[in-house]
Design a protein around this ligand. Structure first.
Ligand SMILES: CC(C)(COP(=O)(O)OP(=O)(O)OC[C@H]1O[C@@H](n2cnc3c(N)ncnc32)[C@H](O)[C@@H]1OP(=O)(O)O)[C@@H](O)C(=O)NCCC(=O)NCCS
Length: 202
């Protein structure tokens, strides 16, 4: 099956529809664990694109130029904060189209040919590997229930702590699992392996 879609730049008037689409994409992806209520803003410039079918948003990609969120990549790059296609429109080349167009802009406007992708969603990881992306890093992300000792320390400041969120290297994960009370029974919060990839696109 093929479908006509178009790709254009995001505009501020898309915000509500963009947020609706983002929330719909979250339903069956573990790439995110919280709903967002406002379009995020970034420190650096962004390549911000949407895909449309019949005037409706069905896909999105947001790439920040040289984002400061990571420090392991040398040279210039685009960091992909948001990427997804509505489930009714997957497998039709829209994701690949968004990647291609984002890279055309990275190349032409910023003279950058590298993008960085992180995901804790296993299906997205397979997709990135299928597209030939190279793994650059992996770590665990998880949530923890504070033990009595932590609760007491935080309570001194009037902070009634329910849960904490963080990450660790693969090497430290077993140790951390033994020492801390990781939340394992919550589908959104349970530990997930987050993998970072690099894509070079000329
Ligand atoms: C990842 C995602 C954006 C891909 O978009 P898409 O429009 O379905 O992808 P495309 O149609 O461009 O697929 C391109 C190729 O990848 C293949 N593919 C699609 N999903 C795949 C998967 N999970 N694993 C392996 N290959 C996959 C397609 O079959 C296609 O192969 P082909 O070129 O040989 O025909 C989409 O699946 C999605 O929105 N997932 C949920 C959100 C998400 O997890 N985003 C990542 C955030 S980090």
């Amino acid at each position: 099956m093929s479908i006509e879609f178009s790709i254009r730049e995001y505009s501020a008037s898309d915000e509500k529809e963009w947020l609706d689409l983002h929330a719909a994409i979250m339903v069956d992806s573990y790439a995110w664990w919280i709903v967002i209520h406002q379009k995020p803003e970034y420190k650096s410039e962004v390549v911000d694109l949407v895909a449309e079918v019949d005037g409706n948003l069905v896909g999105l990609i947001t790439v920040e130029i040289n984002s400061e969120v990571i420090d392991i990549v040398e040279g210039e790059y685009g960091f992909v904060w948001e990427f997804g296609v509505h489930r009714e429109y997957r497998g039709l080349g829209i994701g690949k189209g968004l990647i291609k167009r984002a890279h055309e802009i990275l190349n032409n406007k910023y003279v950058i040919n590298k993008s960085i992708w992180y995901s804790q969603d296993e299906k997205a990881q397979k997709y990135y590997e299928k597209l030939g992306m190279k793994e650059i890093e992996r770590h665990w992300q998880f949530s923890v229930l504070p033990d009595e000792k932590h609760k007491e320390i935080l309570k001194e400041d009037g902070f009634d702590c329910w849960e904490m969120r963080g990450s660790c290297s693969v090497k430290d994960f077993e140790k951390i699992k033994k020492k801390y009370n990781l939340i394992e029974d919550d589908d959104a919060l349970k530990p997930r392996l987050c993998i970072g990839y690099e894509l070079e696109y000329d």
